[in-house]
Design a protein around this ligand. Sequence first.
Ligand SMILES: [Zn+2]
Ligand SMILES: [Zn+2]
Length: 157
Amino acid sequence: MIDHLNQVWNTVLDLLSKVVIPDWGALINLLPIFLVLGVLGPIFSILVLGWVIYLVRRPRTSVRYAEQVRAAPLDASGAPVFPPGLPHCLRHALIYPSGSQRCSEDGEELWVTCPMCSLGRSAQIRTCGNCGLVLNVKNRERVLAAGGPPPGGAAIA
Ligand SMILES: [Zn+2]
Ligand SMILES: [Zn+2]
């Protein structure tokens, strides 16, 4: 009976020693892995984070750039210069992306200068009444029709 108890006790002690005393040799063997995880882990997660931020921000910036309304450059006499073929607001001296029809400031009708004969007309009229040149914004409209047009019109993607 006592022998049996001793045997159980020894078994318990043996189990305890395995649990309480760590296997340092095995841990030291794992040290390079901890170093790799501790050093490369943060670097890797920063790279992944940067990549995700890049992916998230890239489409927005490109769309914003494409839809950007910019101020017209001024010539030597201080008069705004509007590039031909692009809608522009005469009152606010703003240049709008191709396909825009209304000024974002006051809803005023935009104007466009014919690239061929330099005649000005409303941006809502696509065909030049003077030379017959048609401003090509059809591709853009087809793309927008599939996804739904954003308010105020957008540029050629
Ligand atoms: Zn305006
Ligand atoms: Zn024309």
